[in-house]
Design a protein around this ligand. Sequence first.
Ligand code: NDP
Length: 280
Amino acid sequence: MQTKIIDGEMIASEIKEDLKKQVEDLKEKGLTPGLAVVLVGDNSASKVYVGNKKKACEYVGIKSFSYELPENTSEDSLLELIDTLNQDEKVHGILVQMPLPRHMDEQKVIKAIAPHKDVDGFHIENAGALLVGAPGFISCTPAGIIELLRRYEVVLEGKKCVVVGRSNIVGKPISLLLLRENATVTICHSKTTNLEEEIKQADVVVVAVGKAKFVKGHMLKEGAVVIDVGMNRDENGKLCGDVDFDSAQGIASLITPVPKGVGPMTIAMLMYNCVLAATH
Ligand code: NDP
């Protein structure tokens, strides 16, 4: 079987291009979407992510307001900043880059963000909205995955989807979104006893584990669609996913590469949520 590689970068560019036009129209009407980007501490990976998000804002025409706070910032001062941003009319979306320093309670910080500005979709109100099928912000990585599957015309209805990983930011929300698309969804995690058997039955596999090349080609069903969320370094320090890309060749029908698969879609969907926040 010829394995087709999903071009996440191209789809993300198309989405950003569309958003750019929408933002131009909004600006003509006097509305400039604004995103506050808050970074606490000096985690080098977080700095790269924040930099990429600000660059995407610039491209699309969203005004970004940058807040870089030192590692020893108190939780109270961060909560105060969020409160100010919640009330600032120029700020439509608030993004607090995770992880936060250990002395902060991430859930408490997320909860402080006004749900209508929670463009990451992490607030309990938005997570709950997804659960019950109410409108709300959908977290960016799962939203990006669904968009990729849609644009590659992958039929989900009635298909068996296996999600490996149950985090609040990827595993759980993507499972709910696949369910919403009428797929039959199985969620696997570190205590799953028959992981290989589960994966072998899947028409669509989403892997969000955080372990380099964890899922090998021989575990996949012939023709499976493989979405690799992982961002890891291999033994040579090269960026790689949770799926062993090389051994999946010839077995998977479609696969996302790492990089240039799910990653760029996460940022594109963040931009989408910012425009949505400004217009609703
Ligand atoms: P978490 O560490 O929060 O969750 C990992 C999940 O994998 C957990 O549910 C865990 O199970 C499960 N797991 C761990 N080991 C095994 C195992 N041996 N077998 C089965 N399941 C296992 O990770 P995230 O969801 O935040 O991220 C996952 C990966 O995706 C990371 O590499 C991260 O960098 C990447 N990522 C990429 C993004 C992008 O934009 N491309 C965005 C977000 C994340 P349990 O719950 O039982 O512990």
